[in-house]
Design a protein around this ligand. Structure first.
Ligand SMILES: NC(=O)C1=CN([C@@H]2O[C@H](COP(=O)(O)OP(=O)(O)OC[C@H]3O[C@@H](n4cnc5c(N)ncnc54)[C@H](OP(=O)(O)O)[C@@H]3O)[C@@H](O)[C@H]2O)C=CC1
Ligand SMILES: Nc1nc2c(ncn2[C@@H]2O[C@H](COP(=O)(O)O)[C@@H](O)[C@H]2O)c(=O)[nH]1
Length: 327
């Protein structure tokens, strides 16, 4: 069995600084022929992103992936984003009607810039078939496929034509897959990312388990091109989740895409609903993330994101917080 670790077990080792100010460090990243301000994408979940948030992110140079839980809105969404000169990035599942939707896009000569195939167990013939279907009908679309947790899965989806893969089965904050099924990368997501990245020949998106901004830098170090984040983006003024007042304090709801609440039935439930403290504006969080990542790059001894990939690290088993809470 391989030695495994997770985000809280790792510290990156500083290298000599080459910048005079952290503001000189460039956090931008290229994906699918576009350059984005941060290697970060809010999770394609209904309490994290809606049309308004997508427009805000796209207009301000951030990557986004719209969720797939209001399928009837997708066509109009793509047209609206394109009419504004913004990228269109949507999600699909693998059921029969999704094949018809992709066909409809092709018939109407509408190509979203990015399509993410978003299912729980992405190492499957269902996802391989959908990748091939999208590539046949929308060959210019950048396809992200997931979720997976093994090098074999990354290779299979890349070989089927995926342009990027999304890694993470069960590390999410509202995930109960690990408890309900006994499977996943929960508790060793960073080590799983490392194994997957070694096998990958295309970009990897690390998905789930990010609890601090430092975890973004650690994901980059272990091979991610981009990091998908749910819980840290939940609870903002702009977040679509309902606002709840409790004992005079404001909270917002954050629920799993496989929760009973999302599904509307108690069948194959692998997610839960929780409330998170109200966090203020999304813009402030994005700016803080950028500043923290600029600082990470400076500690890595560079002025670009790639510098982080080269740093050394130590495993400090479960001790980096010295018993403190994360925040
Ligand atoms: N990243 C993660 O760890 C996880 C994420 N999720 C999220 O929850 C949402 C719902 O996911 P999902 O249930 O896949 O979506 P869907 O309910 O749309 O299921 C997609 C298809 O895959 C099948 N399917 C799902 N899981 C399995 C499995 N373990 N084995 C075989 N077939 C399977 C479903 O059939 P059937 O329902 O009949 O089995 C269905 O046909 C997604 O957004 C997903 O990303 C969910 C769990 C884990
Ligand atoms: N097992 C489940 N995973 C889920 C569900 N809904 C979303 N997700 C995954 O979690 C991440 C976000 O993780 P976070 O730690 O940043 O909060 C998200 O991108 C999905 O991959 C679910 O119901 N069950």
């Amino acid at each position: 069995m391989k030695k495994v670790f997770d985000y809280e077990d790792i510290q990156l080792i500083p290298a000599k600084c080459i910048v005079d100010s952290r503001s000189e460090c460039d956090t931008s990243v290229a994906l699918g022929g576009h350059t984005f301000k941060l290697p970060v994408v809010p999770a394609n979940m209904q309490t994290i992103i809606d049309e308004k948030v997508a427009i805000y992110l796209a207009e301000n140079g951030y990557f986004y992936i719209m969720h797939r839980f209001e399928p009837e809105k997708r066509l109009a969404f793509i047209k609206d984003m394109h009419s504004r000169g913004l990228i269109a990035s949507i999600s699909v599942g693998v059921k029969e009607e999704e094949y018809a939707f992709v066909q409809q896009l092709a018939d109407e000569r509408i190509t979203p810039d990015f399509i993410t195939i978003d299912i729980a167990h992405g190492h499957s013939n269902a996802v391989i078939k959908m990748i091939q279907h999208i590539k046949q009908y929308l060959p210019n679309c950048f396809v992200i496929a997931g979720n997976v947790g093994t090098p074999e899965a990354v290779r299979d989806l890349e070989n089927a034509g995926a342009d990027a893969t999304k890694v993470g089965i069960g590390p999410g904050k509202v995930c109960i897959t690990k408890i309900k099924t006994g499977f996943g990368t929960g508790g060793w997501q960073l080590a799983a990312l490392r194994l997957c990245a070694k096998a990958a020949s295309k970009p990897i998106i690390a998905d789930g388990g990010i609890r601090t901004h430092g975890d973004i830098a650690k994901s980059i170090r272990f091979g991610a091109s981009m990091v998908m984040i749910g819980s840290l983006f939940a609870g903002h003024e702009e977040s679509p989740g309902a606002t709840i007042e409790k004992d005079g304090k404001l909270y917002k709801e954050y629920f799993g895409s496989a929760s009973e609440f999302q599904k509307g039935e108690k069948k194959n439930v692998e997610g839960k609903k929780m409330i998170v403290e109200h966090k203020g504006s999304l813009e402030d969080t994005l700016i803080e993330m950028e500043q923290d990542l600029q600082s990470s790059i400076s500690y890595a001894g560079g002025n670009k994101l790639e510098a982080i990939r080269k740093v050394d690290y130590v495993i400090v088993k479960n001790s980096i917080f010295n018993g403190d809470k994360v925040y």
